[in-house]
Ligand binder design. Structure first.
Ligand SMILES: [Zn+2]
Length: 268
């Protein structure tokens, strides 16, 4: 499942088409990733429209076209964006192809857990406007985090970090990385943190989000050496801090790894 930086990486694949018009739209109309979309309007309005810009928010990305048209793509499990030469022939998993004069913008998704959204009108689409501001922005303050921790105080920290309404773009590996850095046990109830722990959690959320964007979003590199990321699924994975063998379990429905030595449940 793509997280913050992977989504950013795929969004940028279509940058080559910014400033150029869409000459034709090809799509597999019967596929479930278009459910609820007025495909006739999408095809009519995008044909001849110039791609103006794109933006990622959390796990969503949106492409803005002339005449107030917005196309949003959620990658799901196996969705990918890429470009191909203008005369390319679409394959069976290439469910949406926007043809421009010099290239084709392609969205492929073999397993089709992805989703396409469409909007045309003044201002931002409602589904776009409601996504929380980036965790690296000034809007994500320590008070905002404290408020969330209190409102969802019974939820284990790991499960809380996966709630996209509060932590847009944070996925499984990022949540584990954040908690390991903050030395917090993933099962800890969110409302239990001391003031210094809450501050440390805030700091590490920002650090991991910024680091993921810096290292992963450009060319899909892994995070730097020394990050928890590299040990999470390694056979015999060890804590980069103290060498303890990692513990694993399912929290919030997701496989979770942590260090039993420095992420004690009672590490107040
Ligand atoms: Zn450790």
């Amino acid at each position: 499942m793509p997280e913050l930086a992977e989504v950013e990486y795929y969004r940028k694949q279509w940058d080559a088409g910014v400033g150029a018009k869409v000459l034709a739209v090809e799509l597999h109309a019967e596929k479930r990733l278009f459910r609820g979309v007025d495909l006739a309007a999408l095809q009519r309005e995008l044909t001849g429209a110039k791609l103006l810009a794109s933006e990622a928010r959390g796990k969503q990305m949106a492409f803005r076209f002339a005449r107030g048209a917005w196309l949003a793509i959620h990658l799901g499990m196996t969705g990918k964006l890429r470009t191909e030469p203008a005369d390319f022939t679409a394959g069976k998993h290439d469910h949406l192809v926007l043809r421009q004069r010099k290239l084709a913008l392609v969205f492929s998704d073999p397993r089709m857990f992805g989703r396409v959204l469409w909007f045309q009108g003044a201002g931002e689409p409602p589904w776009w406007a409601k996504i929380a501001p980036p965790l690296t922005s000034d809007a994500f303050t320590r008070d905002v985090l404290r408020g969330v921790l209190q409102r969802r105080r019974r939820l284990p920290l790991k499960a809380l970090l996966l709630v996209q309404d509060h932590f847009p773009g944070v996925g499984n590996w990022m949540a584990d990385e954040i908690l390991w850095r903050a030395r917090l046990n993933p099962l800890r109830p969110s409302g239990d943190l001391s003031a210094p722990q809450s501050k440390s959690l805030w700091k590490e959320i920002r650090f991991v989000c910024a680091g993921a964007m810096k290292h992963v979003s450009h060319d899909f590199n892994d995070p730097p050496r020394g990050w928890f990321y590299h040990e999470r699924w390694a056979v015999g994975g060890k804590c980069p801090r103290d060498g303890a063998k990692l513990a694993r379990g399912t929290i919030g429905g997701r496989t979770t790894a942590w260090c039993p030595k420095c992420q004690l449940e009672s590490n107040l």
